[in-house]
Design a protein around this ligand. Structure first.
Ligand code: LMR
Length: 328
């Protein structure tokens, strides 16, 4: 169906995915976990939906299910392998069951900004990662950017030792578990959809995330403040099922991939600005943001850096070196 029809269907279903595609159209379900506005992934997914449904009307119909309304990230890849969903864009931290290569992106202080992440992903090493799970049935199609991670808790975090004994929610990544243990925290893996409630009820004391996620899911409202640590990144892999992609007729596949490539390029350029706007919105909404001076930040670097050695075997020292060369 067309974008206008999608918009009408959306307005009647309160943010749940659009209703009926036309008979004969290839239905593509895209499940993700974030909000749709003021969010790099949410905006990109909506743009993809609009363009596919306009330009491939009659052939393909994309339905976006945001906010974990269809699957959370812990379930979506299994669902994809079973053919229940065709597109997802989980963060790179959520592929551990399928590849250890992406652990590179979780290593603290590996990348100084999203431009460095973009450059690494565009290199031969980065592009090869798109194909790293083919044997497991998953095909990476594109990297989508979010931004740098910040730390928040129910007390001020200035020195790493302030995190001592606190419980932190982490994504399902052993690197992130090790990172939180390095600062004396007690990490708990948890789905994104459960974080707000867990912070509110004191199941966990703190979390790490990007400005757009901290704003979009209102984490700042149930935290003492957010410390601008920029200690890591959240980035996404747009992923599909190998067999599903191969099942498309070549011209259909080509048009789909071309639109996806154009959306990726257009929206990745804006990810930084979207996060900056979310940061401003946090302040405007009364949230507290704390800065670190150079000495304070260095002590977070020194406390977290030993994590690299724990995972260099999984990631490959050559990849770490390549990332650091780009990061220089
Ligand atoms: C998280 O679980 O914190 C993030 O991966 C959510 C997201 O998709 O940005």
């Amino acid at each position: 169906m067309t974008a206008a029809a999608t918009a009408m269907a959306l307005s009647t279903t309160a943010g749940v995915a659009s209703a009926a595609c036309d008979t004969g159209e290839i239905v593509v379900k895209f499940a993700h976990v974030t909000n749709t506005d003021k969010h790099p992934k949410g905006i990109a997914a909506s743009l993809l939906e609009q363009r596919i449904n306009d330009e491939m009307n009659g052939t393909m119909c994309l339905e976006v299910y945001p906010n974990s309304t269809l699957y959370n990230d812990n379930k979506v890849l299994e669902a994809m392998l079973q053919g229940d969903v065709q597109l997802a864009a989980p963060s790179l931290s959520k592929f551990e069951k399928f590849t250890k290569q992406f652990r590179l992106f979780d290593l603290p202080f590996m990348f100084k900004n999203i431009a460095a992440v973009d450059a690494f992903q565009g290199s031969a090493d980065g592009q090869a990662m798109l194909d790293s799970m083919q044997r497991r049935g998953l095909q990476g199609l594109a990297f989508w950017h979010n931004g740098m991670k910040q730390m928040s808790a129910n007390k001020p975090l200035i020195a790493p030792s302030d995190a001592n004994g606190l419980k932190f929610r982490v994504q399902s990544s052993d690197v992130l578990v090790a990172q939180m243990e390095a600062i004396g925290g007690s990490p708990q893996k948890m789905a994104f959809s459960e974080v707000y409630g867990a912070l509110q009820q004191g199941v966990v004391d703190g979390q790490e995330n990007t400005w757009s996620n901290i704003y979009g899911k209102k984490f700042f409202e149930v935290q003492d403040g957010v410390t601008e640590t920029n200690h890591g990144i959240i980035d996404y892999l747009v992923v599909t099922n190998v067999d599903w992609l191969e099942s498309l007729d070549a011209p259909v596949r080509e048009q789909f991939l071309t639109i996806l490539g154009e959306v990726t390029e257009a929206r990745n350029k804006e990810a930084f600005a979207v996060n900056e706007a979310a940061k401003e919105s946090i302040v405007a909404a009364g949230g507290t943001i704390r800065q670190l001076d150079a000495t304070q930040r260095q002590s977070w670097v020194e406390t977290m850096m030993p994590v690299w050695d724990m995972f260099s075997g999984d990631v490959g020292q050559d990849k770490i070196d390549a990332a650091q060369a780009i990061n220089a």
